[in-house]
Design a protein around this ligand. Structure first.
Ligand code: NAD
Ligand code: TYD
Length: 343
């Protein structure tokens, strides 16, 4: 069987870990090298059980390290799927410096690594937030919508998209960009809306809703995102951008209410708090291109996916309690004893 080795950056985070689990299961011809710096958002418990998987290896490393990484990689990758990023808008408002370093300089370093290693494909995983905000009646974002990022996070991702574009235009580097809407599902760090609200509700704490709660996001289950990224990896066209959406626009307050109802908790836990500065009002994805060209349709309905996600957080209380207490960071030391690579 022909083998493809894929370098996945940021594979210990929420989407990267779900992608690795999905990919190893879906494609027996694929081997994965997971390159992750294990920042606060990186958690090897998300990949528990894969430590001795014959087609999985972990390398603790910083994407910004550039050519130092060449010698550290346990095998030469054929392809790259680039998830590693600072990903939380509120943190970027507090301090954008890590966002500029990782998302902008780090992406350039991975593009350069890919060129040096002559990989045949890189997927740069980006976000719909690069397009900015929509009004209630505006048409959904298409791939040709102008980039008008409003948060430092979105601005850093837009910059990384432009660097990926430049690598394609200047060097014919075979990179493809995806722009996905809000993900939810297992192993999401409980600082993002859905896991934060579930964990707070389970602990009987208040649920902080920003502003009037009527901001709209399009929600996609992380398994659907993983499948879409892989369709783009295997069948996308070099230099193209593909929007990925869940076809599930919801107001935040509706999402919070569903979570409370499914846990049998009272609405009185909702606390309206001061709005996020520059808070984007609405995101919506026009997914015509990925549907028409690659046949992608999200398979998980928001109602079913959210129900399953609430159940997952109920059943994995230890996971998120350890994340909240910071104990998860000891897992790496226990499992890997400080070794650089497990492969
Ligand atoms: P996450 O914050 O859960 O995980 C990020 C991972 O990257 C962590 O494991 C972290 O340790 C790693 N990382 C951070 N800086 C690094 C560095 N300098 N070197 C190596 N590794 C580093 O993020 P996520 O929600 O899984 O998002 C993954 C990607 O998908 C990001 O690029 C994000 O912009 C994009 N995205 C996310 C969403 C969403 O809803 N979460 C939606 C669309 C796109
Ligand atoms: P978030 O999960 O941070 O994703 P993003 O800002 O990248 O879309 O937030 C989703 C929505 O939920 C967004 O409109 C902000 C809102 N929100 C709250 O109302 N309260 C919260 O505590 C958080 C984290 C988010």
């Amino acid at each position: 069987m022909s083998k493809t080795t894929i370098l996945v950056t940021g594979g210990a985070g929420f989407i990267g870990s779900n992608y690795i689990r999905w990919l190893l299961e879906a494609d027996p011809a694929v081997s994965v090298i997971n390159l992750d710096a294990l920042t606060y958002a990186g958690n090897l418990e998300n990949l528990a059980g894969l430590e001795n998987h014959p087609r999985y290896g972990f390398l603790r490393g910083d994407i910004c390290d550039g050519s130092k990484l060449d010698a550290q990689l346990p095998a030469r990758p054929d392809e790259i799927v680039h998830f590693a990023a600072e990903s939380h808008v509120d943190r970027s408002i507090e301090d954008p410096s890590a966002f500029l370093r990782t998302n902008v300089l780090g992406t350039q370093a991975i593009l350069d690594l890919g060129r040096r290693l002559k990989v045949r494909r890189m997927v740069h995983v980006s976000t719909d937030e690069v397009y900015g905000s929509l009004g209630p009646k505006d048409a959904a974002f298409t791939e040709s919508h102008s980039l008008r990022p409003n948060s430092p996070y979105a601005a850093s991702k837009a910059s990384s998209d432009l660097l990926a574009r430049a690598a394609f235009k200047t060097h014919h580097f075979p990179v493809v960009i995806t722009r996905c809407s809000n993900n939810y599902g297992p192993y999401q760090f409980p600082e993002k809306l859905i896991p934060l609200m579930i964990a707070n509700a389970l602990e009987g704490k208040s649920l902080p809703v920003y502003g009037d709660g009527k901001n709209v996001r399009d929600w996609i289950h992380v398994q659907d995102h993983a499948r879409a990224v892989d369709l783009v990896r295997t069948r996308g066209q070099d230099g193209e951008v593909y929007n990925i959406g869940g076809r599930s626009e919801r107001e935040n307050i509706e999402v919070v209410s569903i979570i409370l109802r499914s846990l049998g908790k009272p609405d009185s836990l909702i606390r309206y708090v001061q709005d996020r500065p520059g808070h984007d009002r609405r995101y919506a994805i026009d997914d015509t291109k990925i549907h028409a060209q690659l046949g992608f349709v999200p398979a998980v309905s928001f109602e079913e996916g959210l129900k399953a996600t609430v159940r997952w957080y109920q059943d994995h209380r230890t996971w998120w309690e350890r994340v909240r207490s910071g104990d998860y960071q000891a897992y790496y030391a226990r499992m890997y004893g400080g070794r650089l690579s497990s492969s």
